[in-house]
Design a protein around this ligand. Structure first.
Ligand SMILES: [Zn+2]
Length: 438
């Protein structure tokens, strides 16, 4: 609060002039006092005291000394019409105790003479108090009263006016009621003007006052106007994610002119799911978590269920089809079956060839036949020809022969040396094919 103190008014007791003592030669005794006189009005600041001076009048003008002597014999009575404003003691000492006006009367007990002074008590303002800051919203608490208070609160003759530095942001009426208009900041200046009319004691205005220089005090209130968030909504309020997967939740905040549209995201359990500043949720582990989006004083929740990885092949959890043991076993079995079938077919073919051999040795079928006929100068591959130089190509040889032939067709290396090579070969082949599918 800033205050400016222009001119502290000061009341003082006007000098009381005792009627000029005329040069009348009257001797002390026999002076008859016929009137008492007080000044018609007096203005005091609260707390001040003043001694009332009485002007004694006489029928015949007498010397001051004689009058004073006569006055001492009078029994004077002092009264106040309002002791909450001014009190007076038996000697005419007036004390200003509160703002307002009171009549101080002096009277002579044994006579019918009296006089009255209108005493006005003023209280000078030393400051004006208003809130340093006000925060208002356009939606909700959009008004507030400054409740301007003078210091001291019983300061007299004051008027208070208000002015906004920017009525497009905030307005203020003559009662100090401040109303938010739009987002922004502005200052309200409160001006206290004090004018005390010393002549009448009535609350004066700048126009009719005898006080020519009013006291002016000001104070400033800084007002901040915002628009608060009313609601936040999510594009979905629940969802299911598989461990490792992510999903972006979209939040919208209303009204659009809210001062702070910032949305903050939190997860109820970061061990289950995390969420970043943009609403991207990542499923971490199986379980449930609540993702909360907050803006201003409102929030919205997204109920997330995180499921285990599910195998597309076997339906089991915790693994994918690419490392599914069920699938691997199935593939192995299938490959084995296929290999057995092929081997059986091969064997049948060889048997058939062997059966035909004795009848007509001219048989030149590719596999076993090529090894048997020695007459033909072995035009085919070296392995076959060298492996059985002896023409005694019986069934025992043919078995070994078939093995060799098969080996050369499918896998020339690394698969040899074990009786189950063929199984493995076929298995590998299938694996590759199926592997690209799954
Ligand atoms: Zn599986």
């Amino acid at each position: 609060m800033k205050t400016k103190h222009f001119r502290p008014p000061r009341s003082r007791l006007a000098a009381i002039l005792i009627a000029a003592a005329m040069a009348v030669s009257l001797v002390g005794c026999g002076v008859d006092i016929t009137s008492v006189g007080l000044p018609p009005n007096e203005s005091l600041e609260k707390g001040d005291t003043v001694q009332m001076e009485v002007d004694f009048g006489t029928e015949n003008q007498a010397e001051a000394e004689a009058i004073a002597k006569a006055a001492e014999k009078l029994d004077l009575t002092w009264t106040s019409s309002d002791e909450t404003v001014a009190t007076v003691d038996e000697d005419g000492l007036v004390t200003a105790v509160g703002p307002g006006a009171a009549e101080i009367t002096v009277s002579v007990a044994d006579g019918n003479i009296s006089s009255t002074c209108l005493v006005t008590v003023t209280v000078t303002a030393t400051g004006v108090t208003v809130p340093e800051t006000l925060e208002l919203v356009t939606n909700g608490e959009n008004t507030a009263n400054l409740n301007a208070k003078a210091t001291p609160e019983d300061a007299t003759g004051i008027t208070v006016t208000y002015e906004s530095s920017d009525p497009s942001i905030v307005t203020v009426d003559e009662t100090g009621l401040v109303t938010a208009v739009a987002n922004g900041e502005a200052d309200i200046t409160t001006t206290l003007t004090q004018v005390n009319d010393m002549a009448t004691g009535e609350t004066a205005t700048a126009e009719n006052s005898t006080q020519t220089e009013p006291l002016v005090l000001t104070a400033t209130t800084h007002v901040v106007v915002t628009t608060k968030v009313e609601a936040i909504t999510l594009d979905n309020t629940e969802g299911i994610l598989t461990v490792g997967n992510t999903h972006k939740i979209n939040a919208s905040v209303t009204p659009e002119n809210a001062t702070d549209l910032t949305v903050t995201w939190t997860s109820s359990d970061n061990n289950i799911a995390t969420v970043d500043a943009d609403g991207n949720v990542k499923a971490v582990a199986v379980g449930n978590a609540t993702i909360t989006a907050s803006a201003g004083n409102v929030s919205a929740e997204y109920a997330l269920t995180v499921n285990n990885i599910t195998c597309s092949y076997c339906g089991g959890t915790g693994h994918t089809s690419s490392n599914c043991s069920v699938k691997a076993a199935d593939q192995k079995a299938a490959a084995q079956a296929a290999a057995q079938k092929q081997a059986a077919a091969q064997a049948a073919q060889q048997q058939q060839a062997a059966a035909q051999q004795p009848a007509a040795n001219t048989n030149n079928n590719t596999s076993g036949g090529s090894t048997a006929p020695a007459p033909a100068p072995s035009t085919d591959n070296s392995s076959g020809s060298t492996s059985n130089p002896a023409p005694s190509g019986d069934s025992g040889n043919s078995g070994g022969g078939s093995n060799n032939v098969y080996g050369t067709v499918v896998d020339p290396n690394a698969t040899q040396g074990s009786g189950t090579d063929w199984t493995q070969d076929t298995s590998n082949g299938d694996d590759q094919t199926l592997g690209t599918k799954g």
